[in-house]
Design a protein around this ligand. Sequence first.
Ligand code: PLP
Length: 446
Amino acid sequence: MNKRTHLIKPLLGMDYGVISHGKGIYLYDEEGNSFLDGCSGAVTANIGHGVSEITEAMVNQANQVSFVYRSQFTSSSAEELAERLAQSAPGDLDWVFFVNSGSEAMETALKIAIQYWQELGRPTKNKVISRWMSYHGITMGALSMSGHVIRRSRFTAMLEQYPTLSPPYCYRCTFKDHCPNCSKQYALEFEREVQRLGADTIAAFVCEPIVGAAGGAVVPPETYFKEMKAVCNRYDILFIADEVMTGIGRTGKMYAMEHWGVVPDILALGKGMSAGYTPMAATLVSDRIIQTIERGSKIVLSGHTFSANPLSASICLAVFNYIKKHNVVENAEKSGAILLRGLENLKSIYPIIGDVRGRGLLTAIEFVQDPLTKEPFPLQNEVTNRFIRKCYEEGLLVYTAAGGLNGVAGDAVIVAPPLIIQEHEVQILLDKLNKGLTELVSELAT
Ligand code: PLP
């Protein structure tokens, strides 16, 4: 552990050592320790580890062909995966562009939105409006759209300075004086910003249905998306949903936007689409947008060498089939409700838990110094990292969402196990969290 090697570890992580194998919801390291994967890696390993159906699909496709160049050939696996995704997606999100990571899916979403308005002869519509406390990826375009202060900090000068709205963060609501009508206030803020900048400069509004890494399972108020979509419709603004973390069942619906019945114009997928068995992601695009592009320049001006790679596509297809066959999305809803109840119970025991929240199996705990004033811990106290370390010592992996409060404070931990987790395993997870909390509280008291 902590050995110096030649591998650059991005975004300085915990450096836990070397994993030898995984099975179901558990990972095993080379020293013989086992870990309950309480965060599915980076909220990715949705069907758990070591699923033989997936490795069989991998081998079968590799035995046929692993790579074709997407500007020369297509493959039956990429075609079938696109068809399955289009059929499962809401509304007229009928078209699929394959990429290799969530960041690329969001870059593609941005480019397609801008290209759409160009095709319609409106090239000044080239900005996106995003929100603070959001994360859309690490590449420059995706980072420009991200309201994640820490990840932006070194590169601010190189990023587009897109307008940024208040996040719909119920625990610390910007418009709490208007409760329960805060959604209208968020929409009003959006509308005023559009009017200030001019609707003819705005291509799209971009959001995560449930905020992930930048805040920790932050679920918006019930009517928020309907109100925001109404503003989009009023001012000819496209709605981009970043479902890289929430998509493919994580929140107890195939797509999180289904919770609110709002259909985006563009929707990005990643993480759970391959469940971590291969790097693959996708941008789903509405029929209206693609028809407009087809009438204009005819092609989507983007693409990567590995786009629509047949090996990755066959793996994602096997993951998709597994999810359907084993009712994984339904299980996410059922096990998620049990997990959230368990977290509420922990909140009633530990005053340092200010908030617990989430939908399906995307849940989070937020720590505070004082539950009455909601005073956060100073970031330099590293409460989140210390808790993650305590959980690790109990054989449980959880994920950081610290720093969401504009990068200066805010301690949140995401709990998001594989969607196949069963009730008795949720109980084991909760017991480990409980032990981690006891350890953290006694350490903070010293
Ligand atoms: N969008 C969201 C909502 C994410 O959570 C992430 C990653 O955490 C990304 C985009 C970027 O995806 P990737 O890390 O695969 O580039």
